[in-house]
Design a protein around this ligand. Structure first.
Ligand code: HEM
Length: 463
């Protein structure tokens, strides 16, 4: 796709939005540069054939919008098309542009009320237990492929690891984690229908979970959130948990995958890290700048008409946060965004990957822990792991919002897996919650999602 300089004039959001969904993921860096040279730091785009928005390209502009929640609301109900009845919140919207009664979509005092149980519950998760759980899950996943001498790390490792961990935080056994991982990945799909179905199934999953925890609280995230003085209703709890799962799984899986890609595909980074000359945290920051797991983020809605880099944005017009574009902002100066294969000039963690302001990610240390332990465990268990294809053949997924690989094929000298205890096998089969299929209403919703997932898995194995 090339930009059309003869496009009609007038409000660019109405007359000449650029259909960025037509640009392949391999062309994204060029797209940001093209948009910037034509429009400046904010560009009119189409996210879908009938969905127009402004994309923020500049680092400072993104920072300003993220910081000022009073002028730039997170509440999708302020979208001018929703307000004017031209679009419905409930139908056909990709989940990232939708609305739920959770902290993510709330402003001001309402946001403070909804985020407090999440932040407090996350802060109470014992560090040592998380580390043990991540290590255990990583080992279990590696055991499943280490004797083969080859694997697709995206399918076999980076995708299931955060899903299983988040699910354990929710107090359920691993078997549910696979179903949850499938659902939370679908939340980011470009296809609104896939996303809407995922949200509906996740709602079943979490309503079932909340009902279960009300009756039998445990030492887990949802139970701690429910015990919080904010006294969230069951519906609010389910919406918070959908956000936790959606925000927790896909970005973490992609950061883990993108860091492994940097270590395996870039010989200088891999060699310097192996020799101790480059810390893993430096590699993570490098990847956060160059391949952030969220390239874009929806959305902010101005509460009044505003001017951004000389462009007038009307109240309620959607602004999309552009992390990847902001990180490539030439005004940051040469070297701020190191080119692939060039190491960062220092430990530069001023990237926007975790967000900024009141909605800044409350689980940064948890996500970093998953990535650090995930990388360390893999390299420790599989010395000699290397790419199975030339680095140029690795392909990025075509989604607009997330940046992650289609697959990461590797080879390594095969190693024997340690014997598994019968207890672990049993837990894997039923997640330690064999009674879920028992038919009682509170548990049956969870059972229904599990049955659906088993159908999906059986169909994909049969293909
Ligand atoms: C590499 C992994 C992760 C990245 C890059 C990431 C990034 C972000 C970003 C950019 C936001 C801000 C959203 C906004 O401003 O609209 C955010 C919010 C959030 N994240 Fe994360 N996140 C990650 C992992 C996690 C994990 C593991 C969890 C929990 C299990 C989590 C839970 C949340 C929640 C609940 C919010 C909403 C906060 C609010 O609205 O106040 N994230 N995350």
């Amino acid at each position: 796709m090339s930009l059309d300089p003869s496009a009609p004039s007038g409000c660019p959001l109405e007359s000449s939005p650029v259909p960025i969904y037509e640009v392949s993921s391999a062309e994204r860096a060029r797209l940001w540069a093209d948009l910037r040279s034509r429009y400046g730091q904010i560009a009119p785009i189409r996210l879908e054939p009938d969905l127009t928005a402004w994309l923020l390209l500049g680092y400072e502009e993104n920072l300003e919008v993220l910081r000022d929640w009073a002028t730039y609301s997170r509440d999708t109900r302020r979208w001018n098309e929703i307000r004017d009845g031209r679009r419905k919140l409930g139908s056909g919207l990709r989940p990232t542009m939708a609305y739920r009664s959770s902290a993510l979509y709330a402003d001001g005092a309402e946001h403070a009320r909804l985020i407090a149980p999440i932040a407090d519950a996350l802060a109470q998760v014992p560090e040592a237990r998380v580390r043990r759980d991540i290590t255990e899950i990583a080992d279990h996943l590696i055991d499943a492929f280490c004797e083969r001498g080859e694997a697709d790390l995206v399918r076999d490792y980076t995708t299931p690891l955060p899903a299983l961990l988040v699910n354990r935080l929710f107090g359920l056994g691993d078997v549910y984690g696979h179903a949850l991982g499938h659902l939370s990945a679908s939340l980011w799909a470009s296809d609104g229908t896939v996303g809407a179905e995922a949200v509906a199934r996740m709602r079943d999953y979490f309503v079932g979970l909340v009902q279960r925890k009300r009756v039998r609280p445990g030492d887990d995230l949802p139970s701690r959130m429910m015990a919080h003085e904010a006294a969230l209703s069951d519906a609010e709890m389910a919406d918070q948990l959908i956000v936790l799962a959606g925000a927790g799984h896909e970005p973490t899986a992609n950061l883990l995958g993108n860091v492994l890609r940097a270590l395996l595909a870039d010989s200088r980074i891999g060699r310097d890290h192996a020799s101790g000359g480059l810390l893993l945290d430096e590699v993570i920051d490098h990847v956060a700048w160059s391949e952030p797991p969220l390239q874009m983020l929806a959305a902010r809605f101005p509460t009044r008409d505003v001017e951004i880099d000389g462009t007038l944005v009307a109240e309620g017009e959607p602004l999309i946060i552009g992390f990847a574009a902001a990180h490539a902002d030439p005004r940051l100066g040469a070297g701020a965004v190191p080119a692939e294969s060039a190491l960062p000039p220092g430990h530069n963690s001023a990237h926007l990957m975790w967000g900024v302001g009141t909605h800044r990610c409350p689980a940064q240390s948890l996500a970093l822990r998953i990535v650090r332990v995930g990388v360390e465990r893999l390299l420790e268990r599989l010395p000699g792991v290397r790419l199975a294809v030339p680095a140029e053949e690795l392909r990025w997924r075509e989604e607009l919002f997330v940046r992650g690989l289609v697959s990461l094929p590797v080879r390594f000298p095969a190693v024997e897996a340690p014997p598994r205890s019968p207890a672990a096998d049993e837990d894997d089969a039923e997640g330690g919650y064999a009674e879920v299929d028992g038919g009682e209403e509170p548990v049956d919703l969870l059972g229904r999602v599990l049955r659906w997932w088993r159908g999906v898995r059986a169909a994909s194995t049969a293909e």
